[in-house]
Structure formats: C-alpha cells, structure tokens
Design a protein around this ligand. Structure first.
Ligand code: ATP
Length: 248
C-alpha cells in the first residue's frame, strides 16, 4: 500500500571538518507506519545519515552541504533536535546513552520533558512502556549504570517512547547484544510499530535481522545508496545474499 511519506531525505551531502565528504548524495523516504532499515557496513554512513536528519552533526563538526530534509512536507534542516522532538521525531543514539546515575524510571521520565499534556497522560505512557518492556518495570528503581546492555537498550527505546513520538530514528539497536536479545528487541520494535503506529528508521549492520523485521531497506556503501527495495525482495536478491547475508 502507498503510505504517506513522513520523512523525505533528498540527495544530501555531508562534510566533516570542512573537508571529509562522507555522504555523497543520499536519498530516502520513511513512510508513515513503516519500519525502514538503513543497512551497510562499518563506516558506510548510517549514523551520519541519522544525525543529519536529527540535526546532531554540529557538535561533531559535520554539516549538510547539499540536498534537503523534509518532515511532513516541512523543511526541518534548521530545527534544533528538541524542536524536532516536538514535531514527533526522536533519535535513539548508538551506544544507548542512559543517564547512569538516574534510576531506570527516572531515565524514562526524562523522555517526557517536552510534553505539556499533563501528568495522567505521562503516567499512562509509563505503563505503556512497562507493558512493552516488563524487564524495565522489574528494574525501575535500580540505577541505569548497573543495568545490562540489553536493559540499557530497552531503557533508551522506552525513554524515546515517553516523548510520544511519531517517528523514531534508531541507531544500531543490535550492537553488542546476544542474538536472543536482539530478536526480543526487534520483536518489541515491531509491536510498537503495529500497535502504536510509530514509524521507524533503523540503522543496522545486522542485515539479516533488520530485513526480517523491516518493510523496506536501503543499503549504503561509502556514503551512497547502492540498492533499495521492499525487505522481502532484498532478502532474495543474490548480491544482498552474497555480500550482506553471508550466503550465496
Ligand atoms: P558505524 O556502524 O561504525 O557507526 P556508520 O555506517 O554509521 O558506521 P558513520 O558513523 O556515519 O558510519 O561514519 C561514516 C564515515 O564518516 C566513516 O568513515 C567515519 O570515519 C567518518 N566520520 C564519522 N564521524 C566523523 C567525524 N566527526 N569527523 C570526521 N569523520 C567522521
């Protein structure tokens, strides 16, 4: 089905430190209600693409020097990350980034800071997050610094959900996690997508898992999209099988 495009990245170029050209014209579309995977090896430019969208490149001396980024038809390149959160777009960074000295629950509550819809709505969403992540409920009073890698990833996704997002940019959710946990986390992403209607753009090196859960995929190589298509087609593509799925 033709879904309404939410996020439209059109031919963007990103340069770090005024000289290092990392994205060489990347275009992609994230439709409403979909899970879109951004695939590719180490250094292909996945994180850079997500950071370009959420306007987090400045602190790394990176800059979008060409192309455009629109959300719901509106140019969003000059918005701050927190303005974007107000528009419904939030990024979950690679490496999880929970506040170590806060409890799991305090971490989740920091996700609601931009909301103005009252305590009851926030409390209801905290319960919603605990429903998806029962493990976080069990651990809600412990310091995030003592949580396992899987729990921290859950906490980071849960915190993003507390902002009531329309779109989550999820960077490398599988990183450093055991296969069983990776399955569990992708399964939760899928149910959040189906039940809450949250759209996802997820960057992943783990092509195999990502293409099983995503609807559509883009493959990046050295800052360019080299292939894109419905996930079911990419899974069957001989080149994808050979170079990304580890079988021929
Ligand atoms: P990974 O899975 O390792 O995060 P990636 O596909 O997300 O890989 P990026 O992190 O976007 O790739 O990096 C793309 C390229 O940009 C790499 O060659 C990297 O060395 C370079 N790069 C990233 N950040 C900077 C920076 N702040 N300054 C200069 N070059 C950078």
């Amino acid at each position: 089905p033709q879904a309404e495009p939410l996020l439209e990245v059109n031919n963007i170029e990103v340069i770090y430190n005024h000289v290092i050209l990392v994205l060489k014209g990347v275009s992609l579309t994230v439709p409403k209600g979909g899970i879109t995977a951004l695939l590719g090896g180490n250094g292909a430019g996945k994180t850079t693409t997500l950071k370009a969208i959420s306007n987090l490149l400045h602190s790394e001396r990176g800059e979008v020097t060409k192309g455009s980024i629109h959300y719901r038809g509106e140019r969003v390149q000059d918005l701050t990350p927190s303005d974007l959160v107000k528009k419904g777009v939030i990024q979950v960074m690679e490496g999880r980034h929970c506040f170590e000295h806060l409890t799991i629950e305090e971490n989740l509550m920091t996700g609601a800071y931009t909301r103005r819809d009252g305590k009851a709505a926030v409390a209801a969403d905290l319960e919603m997050v605990y429903n998806y992540f029962p493990r976080l409920k069990e651990r809600r009073k412990s310091q995030a610094g003592y949580a396992s890698g899987g729990e921290q990833q859950m906490c980071a996704i849960g915190r993003a959900l507390m902002s009531r997002p329309e779109t989550i940019l999820l960077d490398e959710p599988s990183m450093g996690l055991a296969p069983q946990l990776v399955e569990q986390i992708f399964g939760i992403v899928k149910s959040v997508n189906e039940n809450e209607g949250v759209s996802f753009l997820l960057a992943e090196q783990n092509t195999n898992v990502a293409l099983r859960f995503a609807h559509y995929g883009y493959i990046l190589e050295s800052g360019r999209v080299v292939m894109d298509g419905p996930a079911s087609e990419l899974r069957e593509n001989p080149d994808v099988k050979e170079f990304y799925l580890g079988m021929s």
